[in-house]
Design a protein around this ligand. Sequence first.
Ligand code: SF4
Length: 598
Amino acid sequence: MHGIHGRYLRVDVTQTQATFHPIPESVARRFLGGVGLATWLLYREAPVQIDPLDAQAPLIFAFSPLVGTPLTTSAKFAVVAKSPLTNRLNDALASSHFALAGKRSGADAIVITGQAARPSVLMIEDGKITLEPAEDLWGLEIPDAQARLRQRLGPAFHFAVIGPAGEHLVRFATISHDRRHAGRGGLGAVLGSKRLKAVAVHGTQRCTLADPAGVVAAARSLSERSFGPATAKYRELGTIANLLTLNRLNALPTRNFQQGQLADALHIAGEALHEQQTVTRESCAACTIGCEHIVASSQGPVRIEYETLFALGSLCGLADPDIVLRAAQRCDALGLDTISTGATIAFAMECVERGLLTSPDLRFGRGDALLAAIEQIASRSNLGDWLAEGTKRLAERLGDEALSFAPQVKGLEIPGYDPRAMQTMALGFAVNSRGADHNRSSAYEADFSPHVDRRFGRPESARWAIETEDKATIMDSLILCKFLRGVFEDFYRESASLLRGVTGWDVTAEELRLTARRIVTAKKLYNIREGWTPAEDTLPERFFTQPLPDGLAPGASLTRDRLEAMKSAYYQERGWDPKGFVPADLLQTLQLTDMVAQ
Ligand code: SF4
């Protein structure tokens, strides 16, 4: 076998035991790696209907055939578990040296179950494990914990770490590594529930390449193209360039989705940050693009992305760059997903405004209240204990009215695209396996294209939502960074060629298209097993009953019938039945019968 080890490491933290288990080559080829492989493993390893924070609930780190090759942006890993926020499958990706060291530990994936008797660091070295006491690290913020671990373990180990939020089981806590985060869905709480402050990996086991010269040539070509115009946006301003664009389109979620524009958006726009602050660029390991923009704020360096700016800025009615940067820095240090944090606080602000919640200071535009709420969430103190549960659980406490405007789908808070103004994205939010998510669906790409009318979703939009979702699925399983997608002339043909060079499999573009469909349906099968119902594939009532107000651009509206028509077309195109369940004959076509029969 080339490119993979053909086995995964199952770690039982309770017993401090680790055993290798084979991954048949046929499975590796059908699920690739990353999110695909981890989906197969989750279905196999997770007890049915398990509480995500139960000791026996698995947390999976998955690598891929491309990890460790010279291909640009391939140093990535997926983290997959049942989400404590959504109770559905959650997959998140992060970059850098943890991926390289993790794969060199001799496994294509690491499946962690159990619970340590006391706070610990799980050390994995060439497949052998130890648990190191970590009482001295428990309670530390992420930068401090990382510095202490670096000092203690030296440069050979790389580690994924949780902050106080993960320790306190905040349902949207992150797992972090080198300023990158497996951010969404509360995976940090899953690691915290195992009393693990960190997972540290080191190894010496490298995989061979089927065609080393071909892979080196492909890597050179891909790197050269990654310097071109397709990635210029990410190098120049990065994703923060989106803020003014979305504001202009009346699609920038503002004041908990009550508006699509923020009057003073210019103050927190990427352009202003670049003018008024010192901004430097950094790269993940093995990346030639370098999209990370690090702002030298009064609190120290802060990595800033569009999603952070919108969630901690416009969504909370704030346009003060100093507050937004401080809030971003605190979320990163405490280990909080910035989207869910900002959305939960913004939702609470509207609840206070409507008299559904009592917290006099928690008002739109109050930066001091935002910063205080962030600290309370991470420590679960005062109102923070309720907010740490996320918008859906908070709304369920407050009643039906609150539920109608809680900005979530399946429990996951909605990212920075107003679904009324971007209706292919609305479909993507509704049907995606992990809830309201832009990265797994990527349907915003379709809304920015000439193929659809973004303000008027039609059944034909479903085809474009599937196109972007399938492509994202392959990138998340190969694994390659999505910011590379624009450099491919023929994505499936070129991806198949990369995979052939690494693994020696005679994989074709058509096979990869089928693989994407298989992985999307496999995720759906996991969710169905865990209790998914058709009623989950929808949006909050607000988006059907309250049109966006007019602003620089006309306001947009969405109807339930329009979303249902798009959903029906989506299910049909996927081969699912009219309610969204998976028919038996599709399991055969997608070669999923053995997974379900396990
Ligand atoms: S493009 Fe950005 S996110 Fe992607 S690998 Fe490079 S630095 Fe990391």
